[in-house]
Design a binder for this molecule. Sequence first.
Ligand code: SF4
Ligand code: SF4
Length: 283
Amino acid sequence: MLARIKRFLGLGGKPEKQAKPIKPKDDESSQQEVEKVADKPRIGYIHLSGCSGDGMALTENYDILADLLTDMVDIVYGQTLVDVWYEDGNNQNNPQMIDDMPEMDLALVEGSVCLQDEHSMHELKKLREKSKLVCAFGSCAMNGCFTRFSRGGQQAQPKHEAFLPIGDIVQVDCAIPGCPVSPEIVAKTVVALINGDMDYLQPMLDIAGCTYNCGCDLQKNIVNKSLCTGCGTCAMACQTRAIDMREGRPEVNIDRCIKCGICYTHCPRSWFPAEQINKDLGL
Ligand code: SF4
Ligand code: SF4
């Protein structure tokens, strides 16, 4: 796995020994062979200020989940998936401390981080130290999404008012936007990480630094630059129906926009990985 991580980070590395290949069952959209991994990557799933939708999306990979969890990865840290979660202070039920967090090859982080929540800040910074790769998993982690609207003032923690995407606090290596992310992209991303498929991963590396998104990205970066073809993909992708197509161009109802960034990342004029699409379609 270390060699794969080095290749992932562009540091080179020799291929390592692997056991016999297995294939995701019934995955018609991806005929890509995945390999049973001898040296399984250690993965952590860190839940900050998120709604668990991205974790649910991960578990909805029914056809590949069993192979993923038994043959391909070890989940070594996570409150919901494996009940391995460390406290900040002394706790009789869970005396282990965040500083004892295990080393990980990849940490998937769901949710934004609350600046007033000492535990979340500590956990995020510690996982950055402990993980070779940090992935902002879902739009809240990547760009804040609807936690951008937080203003505090609610019980039981009225002072919890400021929520930031994790990339504003620690370096993020890759990001998977979505509210929630789709189950398929979770599975394909983990497989791509294990197989070192840089073509597939490149858009996720490119957007790792994007910590602010909004429907107005379409106007600013696509329409105003004469890149819009009027395809309507952005309107179809928006889960809050915030986009109408008017005279062949998207018009965003900003009052409905939850700032997930999906419209822009799905727009074929923001990224168009033609080679990867042709490969996937066998063209
Ligand atoms: S317009 Fe829709 S898809 Fe785009 S950022 Fe807003 S809520 Fe998300
Ligand atoms: S997805 Fe992009 S190209 Fe298509 S209508 Fe929306 S802004 Fe225009």
